[in-house]
Write a protein that binds this ligand. Sequence first.
Ligand SMILES: Nc1ncnc2c1ncn2[C@@H]1O[C@H](COP(=O)(O)OP(=O)(O)OP(=O)(O)O)[C@@H](O)[C@H]1O
Length: 281
Amino acid sequence: MSTVATAVIEIEQASFAYGGIPVLEDVSLRVEAGEFLGLVGPNAGGKSTLLKLVLGLLRPQQGRISVLGRSPKQARRHLGYVPQYPAFPRDFPIQVLDVVLMGRLGLGRGLSSRFGAWRQRDREIARQTLIEVEAGELAAQPIGALSGGQLQRVLLARALVGEPEILILDEPTANIDHRLEGEIFELLAQLNKQLTIVVVSHDIGFISSYVSRVACLNRTLICHRTEAIDGNLINELYGERVRLINHHHGDAQTDLSAAAAADSKEPQTSLHPPQEHPVHG
Ligand SMILES: Nc1ncnc2c1ncn2[C@@H]1O[C@H](COP(=O)(O)OP(=O)(O)OP(=O)(O)O)[C@@H](O)[C@H]1O
C-alpha cells in the first residue's frame, strides 16, 4: 500500500509586494510533515517575508497559502516561531521563565482567569521545555544576562512551549559563533523527530548537513536536484532569480522545476548561499 505524504504547508503561486514593490513573485512550495527544510537566499531575497506569509502576519496579493489544511491565521496557534530579532528589549527586567511562558499566551490555555497569574501546570511545562533545549539552569536568570547562544535556546523554548506542530525559525544562529550554531542545529535535528521545521539561514553549506531539503529564494523560487553542493552550483544558485534547490542524495537528477520537486515523494536536500556568506564544506 502506498503512503501519500501529507503537506503541512502549501504555497501556490504566491506573490507579495510592499507598497507596490514586488518582493515575492509566483512562489510555490510544498512542505511535507516531518521535513526539515532550509530556506536560503541573498539579503532582501524575501525569506522573512515568506515566513510572515506562512505565519499569517502578512497576506499574499496573489496566490494561495494553506497551513495544516487551513488559513495561516487559523493555523497560527499550531506554529512555533523564533524571530530574527527578539521583539523585546534585552534590558527589560524579566526572567527567562516568564519569557518562555509568553509562548503560551493566546493558546486558549495558560493564564488563570481568576488571578491573572500563570497556572502551576504552565510553569511546569515551561521549565520542562527549558530543560529540553538544555537551558534548564537559566530559568531564574534575567533575560539581559544571557549570552547570544543562551538567548537563542530561550527563544526556542518560547516557540516550543505552545506545543506547535511546525517550528519556524528566522536565522536562529545569525549572532552566535560557529560552535554554538552546531549545537543549536543538533538540537533542531532532535526536535525534527517530532516536528516539521523550516529554518532560514544564510549559510547553505552549513545547514545542508542538517536539513533534508534546501529552498533557495531570491524573489522567485526554483527547484533543482543535485547530490552535492559544489562551487559551481553555489555560484549558479547565487544568481538573481528565486530558487529552490533540492539535493537528492544518491540521485544525480538535476534542474527539476519547483512543481516537479513538489510532487516528489522522496526525501530531498537543497542549497544555495549568497557569495558574501560563508560556505562550510
Ligand atoms: N515592512 C516592510 N515595508 C517595506 N519593505 C519591506 C518591509 N519588510 C521588508 N521589506 C523589504 O522587502 C525586501 C525583502 O525583505 P525580507 O526581510 O523579506 O528579506 P530577507 O531575505 O529576509 O532578507 P535578510 O536576509 O536581509 O534578512 C527587502 O528589500 C526589504 O527591504
